[in-house]
Design a protein around this ligand. Structure first.
Ligand SMILES: O=C(O)CCC(=O)C(=O)O
Ligand SMILES: [Mn+2]
Length: 198
């Protein structure tokens, strides 16, 4: 039955352009470049360890631990600009967040491959608020069964809220765009369910 309604399939999202004014967005971008402890993490591939094609940092409440590449990680404490954006995102998304993954795309050759945010700690139907700052990048959704795709352009100061079945039914990515100039920072605010007694 699914394919009869293919053209109406939509991820459960809200995208707000100009969520921050251009001035506020560029000010936040400049502060984050400075205050975030950027890391160059590595992934395991059949060819050995490779650097991720982006810089990353996790911040959050001290108990909001997450498992990433099989390793249990404690997030770094909230820095002022990240805490300010978290408060604003919580109001707009009408949700609470205790953790954020911050990604820095240094050029159009930095990227994030197809994935969905489905770590066990997030639960089945997480609300995730994604703030974009700096250069505009393409963001693709692909339906897991039909392969139908939807494309957004995530602009400076925009907010994308993903909720409901979005992570269950859709994958998403930020593809490489060799012609794109300009750095971009993205923050995905999440709620990590704390595992008691482990
Ligand atoms: O950079 C983006 O817009 C997406 C980041 C993302 O998907 C993630 O952090 O899981
Ligand atoms: Mn994601």
């Amino acid at each position: 039955m699914l394919d009869l309604f293919e053209e109406t399939l939509q991820p459960d999202i809200t995208w707000i352009d100009h969520w921050l004014s251009p001035g506020a967005a560029f000010a936040a971008f400049a502060k984050l470049m400075d205050e975030v402890a950027w890391q160059q993490d590595e992934m395991n591939t059949p060819a050995g360890k490779m650097p991720f094609p982006r810089l990353t940092s996790w911040q959050g409440d001290p108990n909001a631990e997450y498992v990433y590449s099989g390793i249990r990680n404690v997030p770094k404490p909230w820095t002022p600009t990240v805490a300010m954006l978290k408060g604003q995102a919580e109001i707009t998304a009408n949700a609470n967040f205790n953790s954020v993954l911050i990604n820095r795309y240094r050029t159009g050759m930095d990227s994030m491959g197809w994935h969905s945010d489905k770590e066990r700690e997030l639960g089945d139907q997480p609300t995730i608020a994604s703030v974009s700052l700096g250069g505009t990048r393409t963001f693709d959704f692909r339906h897991k069964k039909t392969r139908l795709t939807h494309t957004l352009r995530l602009t400076n100061g925009s907010l994308l809220v993903m909720r409901g079945r979005t992570q269950l039914d859709w994958a998403h990515r930020v593809p490489k765009e060799p012609k794109t100039q300009g750095e971009r920072i993205n923050l995905t605010f999440r709620w990590i369910h704390v595992r008691e007694g482990e």
